[in-house]
Design a protein around this ligand. Structure first.
Ligand code: TRP
Length: 331
């Protein structure tokens, strides 16, 4: 059994890409490993959300993860800012993190290019906080995508450096959890290969979307003028619609429209209508659960309490051992 740790970006509503890309695996993993899933609200401060946005985003993400099947008894589901031990470890790790290596980090360089007016120290040390998040629980597996590979490498650097500096074998090395072929990549409705909420408002289908919203978004999905030669290749945007159908509709439905495409008799309007109804059916249980959980503040309070207690138990054990290794002593 591995100790799995993963941070969840607290940026509001989750879409089908999030579900198939991460959530679905989290739900499965929680019964197979010792899992810590937390909402990374400290990390979200690098972009300065307003107090009400900060809270609402955290709440919404919590509700949607619960609605998707995360079980607060099976896994440890918590909010990063409720575990102050993480920030202490972050401070300690910062003493052994070199400015040069932090400045060389790709995600930091990207931020300099894209949000030049707000390059704060929190962004520079973002990978240090990530490392603290994981090694505070002595995590060994981190289920993240390719874009986080470099952050994982930095976690290993910081863990190893600590061990070497104090001549201990204390922190294990965390590695990316690789799902390989199992990962289903969900395309966007706007022709992009990856569903994303930032690309365009209509690219993503959210788990919380109302049926009418889903119909509107799907009907606006990008296609083309239609095939003119039998069995011709599908352009990306059309391929995307088919791929969504592969995930959301029945095998027969997919085969039906694929055949129409290959005979050049497809009517995208009909296909989209079908896809919209299947997307509505798929998200239905999520939509209902989200509403139910969101209105139950008592339950949410309980979930947060259970998660905080379990996370702090694990984190405080680590932090007191770390303090001892470093040489903090009581009088
Ligand atoms: N940076 C991650 C993201 O953008 C979120 C995150 C914060 C995280 N801390 C983490 C992921 C620790 C894995 C482990 O998605």
């Amino acid at each position: 059994m591995e100790t799995v740790v993963s941070g969840i970006r607290s940026t509001g509503n989750l879409h089908l890409g999030n579900y198939f890309g991460a959530l679905k695996n989290f739900v499965k993993m929680q019964y197979e490993h010792n899992c810590f899933f937390f909402i990374a609200d400290y990390h979200s401060l690098t972009t300065h959300p307003t107090p009400s946005d900060l809270h609402n985003n955290v709440r919404q993400v919590l509700v949607e993860y619960l609605a998707s099947g995360l079980n607060p008894e099976a896994s440890t589901l918590y909010i990063q800012s409720n575990v102050p031990e993480t920030t202490e470890l972050y401070l300690l790790l910062n003493m052994n993190a070199y400015i040069g290596e932090l400045e060389r980090c790709t995600s930091f360089k990207e931020k300099i290019r894209n949000q030049n007016e707000n390059i704060n120290a929190g962004l520079l040390t973002y990978p240090v906080l990530m490392a603290a998040d994981v090694i505070i629980h002595k995590g060994t597996k981190v289920p993240v995508g390719k874009d986080q590979e470099q952050h994982l490498e930095m976690m290993r650097t910081f863990a190893n450096r600590f061990n070497r500096m104090y001549n201990v074998d204390y922190f294990p090395e965390p590695f990316a959890f690789n799902f390989g072929e199992q990962l289903i990549k969900i395309p966007g409705l706007d022709g992009s290969t990856k569903m994303s909420k930032s690309d365009s408002e209509n690219s993503a289908i959210f788990l919380s979307d109302e049926p009418e919203t889903i119909r509107k978004k799907v009907m606006k999905a990008i296609t083309d003028a239609g095939p003119t030669i039998p069995n011709q290749d599908k352009p990306q945007a059309v391929e995307n619609i088919f791929n969504l159908m592969k995930v959301l509709s029945s095998v027969e439905t997919y085969a039906h429209f694929d055949e129409l495409y290959n005979n050049c008799r497809i009517r995208y309007g009909d296909m989209k209508k079908q896809l919209a109804e299947d997307a509505i059916k798929f998200t239905g249980p999520f939509r209902e659960k989200i509403k139910e959980i969101s209105s139950d503040n008592e339950y949410l309070r309980k979930v947060v309490k259970i998660g905080t207690d379990k996370a702090r138990e694990s984190a405080s054990k680590t932090i007191s051992e770390v303090r001892e290794i470093i040489g903090f002593k009581t009088f």
